[in-house]
Design a protein around this ligand. Sequence first.
Ligand code: CTP
Ligand code: CA
Length: 227
Amino acid sequence: LALYQKNGQLKGRHVVISAGGTVEAIDPVRYISNRSSGKMGYALARAAVEQGADVTLISATSQLPDPVGVRTIHIQSAQELSEQMFTALPHADVIIMAAAVSDYRMAQTAQNKIKKQDSGELNLTLVENPDILAQLGSAKTGQYLVGFAAETQNLMTYAQNKLKKKNADMLIANDVSKDQVGFGYDTNQVTILTKDKEPEMLPLQSKITLAREIMKKISIAINGQVE
Ligand code: CTP
Ligand code: CA
């Protein structure tokens, strides 16, 4: 079985995917992050390669092996991710923000290890990170932009709002409060929202089969043709 589909639906296309939970340093030994494993983004990278795309993966995780045939760039913070995404933007045909970006970072990262306080409490001041997906949505010049939404309640309302507000072309919504869905699992269940079509609820399935289905929908959207 050939790994590269020389005549795949995404042949000649450059697909840029972010994956994993970004890491914000508190001090030299501690950090703020989240439960994202990166598995969904890595599965999308594999699926894009299978369909013949030229793939760049911008990864915030070191827990998964670099996918074969994919240019993988490792980053940690949301700011580093933002720099890489904007460097890739002009050369991209498709951009997928599968990374779980930390919404906040330290106002100031401590130079030295923070010592235990005598007062019995510690207050950290956090500032908001840039919304990379929304900024890409403002800056894009014809790239097909895909975002995710991780919700624990009001899935459809919140996801619709994100699709609009961030000017994405596709928003993949998952209810991460459900068992086997989203963070850390090898399976996922999502609803796909696009600007012009009715929301489509997909069944619970492995992240790789879901990734193949998502990449197929993206290729149809950008090629304007059915397989
Ligand atoms: N995202 C981003 N930059 C951020 C925060 C989120 O690019 N600073 C992207 C994520 O990669 C994802 C989408 O925006 O594709 C939605 O992320 P999510 O955390 O679900 O939404 P937020 O807009 O951060 O809102 P909230 O966390 O309050 O639900
Ligand atoms: Ca968020």
